[in-house]
Write a protein that binds this ligand. Sequence first.
Ligand code: 3HC
Length: 307
Amino acid sequence: MNDIKFQERIDAEKKIEPKDWMPDAYRKHLIRQISQHAHSEIIGMQPEGNWITRAPSLRAKMILLAKVQDEAGHGLYLYSACETLGISREELVQQLHEGKAKYSSIFNYPTLSWADMGAVGWLVDGAAIVNQVSLQRTSYGPYSRGMVKICKEESFHQRQGYEIMAEMAKGTPEQKAMAQDALNRFWWPSIMMFGPQDSDSPRTGNAMKWKIKRQTNDALRQDFIDKTVGQAEVIGLTIPDPDLKWNEERQSYDFGEMDWDEFWSVVNGNGPCNKQRLAHHKKAHDEGEWVRNAAKAYAKKQELVAN
Ligand code: 3HC
C-alpha cells in the first residue's frame, strides 16, 4: 500500500482500520484531533461539575450528574480510539499537561450561574452535535464508531440544557434576565468552537482530503447558527449579534464578525479559566494515581490467574 492506493481507499469511502496501512501524516493528524477531542470531553466536565452541588432541585441534580458522567464516557471512547493509533493514554495526558495538546476553547469560560448550565447544554452540546454528527462519517473506523455512540447521548445533553433555558425564560423577570445573560456570555464562544475560518484553518485541507472532516469549520458553524436562532426566538431570548439577519438568497443567517483575537488568545492559553482548568486536571490526575495503580495490579493478577 502507498499514499496513492491509500487515497483511493479514502475516495472510495472505505473505512481505515487500526491494522491498515496509513500515511504517518494521517496517523499524526488523527492522534492530534482525536486526543484534543478527548481532552475537551474531560476538561468540559469541570465547568458543569461546579454546579452539581448547587443544582436547584433533586431532578436537576440527577440530570446534571448523568450528563457530566456521560462526558467522562465520551472521553473514554475517544482516548480508546486514539490508543488504536499507537499512542498510550499516559502520553496523551502528558501532552495535555505540558501544553502540547489543546482542548476546546469553550471550556475556558467560567460558569457563573445556573442558567449557564442551560446555555452550555443548549449551545455547547448543540454545537458539538452539529460537529459530531458530521464526524460520524469520518474515515477512521474507531473514531467514526465512537461518534455514533456519542451522538446518541448528545441529544439528551442539548435538550436538558434547552429545557433549563426555556424554564428560566418563562420564569420571573430575574430568571429571564439570568438566562439572557448566560446566552450573551456563551453565544460567541460557542460558535468559536467550530474553529478558525476556513481561510485561516491550516488543518482543514488535509482533513477534508483524507475525509477526517466531512464538512469545513465555516459550513458547520453556519449550520449550527441556522439551527439555533429559531430556538432562541421560541423561548423569547435574543441572540447577542446585531448583525444577525436572515438572508433569503442564501437561505441562511448572515452574522457579525467574530473576535478572532479573543479566539486565538483563549486557544493559546490566555482565556479566563485556562490555568484553573489545567491545574484542576493535574491535581485530579495526581490524586487518582492510586486508582490507576490498583486497576493495573488487578489486571495483572487476572492475567496471572488466566495463564
Ligand atoms: N478550541 C481549541 N483549539 C482549536 C479550536 C477550538 N475551538 N478550533 C481550532 N483549534 C485548533 C486546532 O486544534 C488546530 O490546532 P493544532 O494544529 O495544534 O491541532 C488549530 O486550532 C487550527 O485549527 P484548524 O481548524 O486548522 O484545526 P482542525 O481542522 O483540527 O479543526 C476542530 C478544529 C473543528 C475543533 C476539529 O479538530 C474537530 O472537529 N475536532 C473534533 C471535535 C472537537 O474536538 N470538539 C471539541 C468540543 S467537544 C465537546 O464539546 C464535548 C461536548 O460533549 C460538550
